[in-house]
Design a protein around this ligand. Sequence first.
Ligand code: GTP
Ligand code: MG
Length: 230
Amino acid sequence: MFLVDWFYGILASLGLWQKEAKILFLGLDNAGKTTLLHMLKDERLVQHQPTQSPHRKNLVLGKLSSKLSTWEVIRLLAGSGKITMLSCIALQLCSLLLVNFHEDFSKVDNTKSIEIDPSVRHGMVDAVVYLVDAYDKERFAESKKELDALLSDESLANVPFLILGNKIDIPYAASEDELRYHLGLTNFTTGKGKVNLADSNVRPLEVFMCSIVRKMGYGDGFKWMSQYIN
Ligand SMILES: Nc1nc2c(ncn2[C@@H]2O[C@H](COP(=O)(O)OP(=O)(O)OP(=O)(O)O)[C@@H](O)[C@H]2O)c(=O)[nH]1
Ligand SMILES: [Mg+2]
C-alpha cells in the first residue's frame, strides 16, 4: 500500500516511524521549505512557484511577528490569505499527512480563515525545522532576525530546533561554521549524535548542512531531531 510504503520508506529512514509529531517548517522565502516537503512527501523533486500571494509585498511581517506569537501569525496570514517571508507550514507527520497536506496556504479560500487542526496550537509543536539558504549570504542577517524571534517565542519554548543550511550543492555556499557564526549559534548548539538533554531544561538545537535537491544532509538532521520527539 502506498501509504504504508511511504511511511515506512521515508519516516523509518528519518527515525520518525511510529512517532506522532507536529513539525513546523519555517524559513525565509526561497529557503527550500516546499522543496523539502515534496521530497519528504513523495521523494520527488518538484519545480514550483514561490509559496506566496500577490499581496505579499504589502505586508510587513517583521513588525507583526515580533508582536504576535507564531500561531497568531499563522492564523492571521491564513485568515487573510497572505503568505509572507515566513511562510509557515504546520505539518503532521505520521498522522494523515497526505490528507491534511496544505503546502500552500495562499491556495485556501481567502475569505474564510483556514482551520488549523486543533491539536496544532499554542504549545503543541513538537519540533521546528528552520531552513536557511546557505548560498544567500546577503540574507543571513534577515534570517537570523526571524530565527531569534522564533527562539524567543513563548509558544515554542523548549521546542527542539533543527536548523538546515540548504543548497550546499552550490559552489561558495556558506560552510557550517560560517552559518553558525552568522546566525549567532556558535555557542548555542547542543551537539550532534545522541545527547541526553532530558533533565537539563536546555532546548535541543543543532545545525545540519544539506542539499535537498541532492537528497543529502537533511536525513541526518531528522534523525538527530527524532531523538527529542517522543
Ligand atoms: N541548488 C539548490 N536549489 C534548491 C535546493 N532546495 C531548493 N532549491 C531551490 O530554491 C528555490 C526555492 O525553493 P522553495 O522550496 O520554493 O522555497 P520555499 O522556502 O518554499 O520558498 P517560499 O515558498 O517562497 O517561502 C527553488 O528554485 C528550488 O528549486 C537545493 O538543495 N539546492
Ligand atoms: Mg514554498
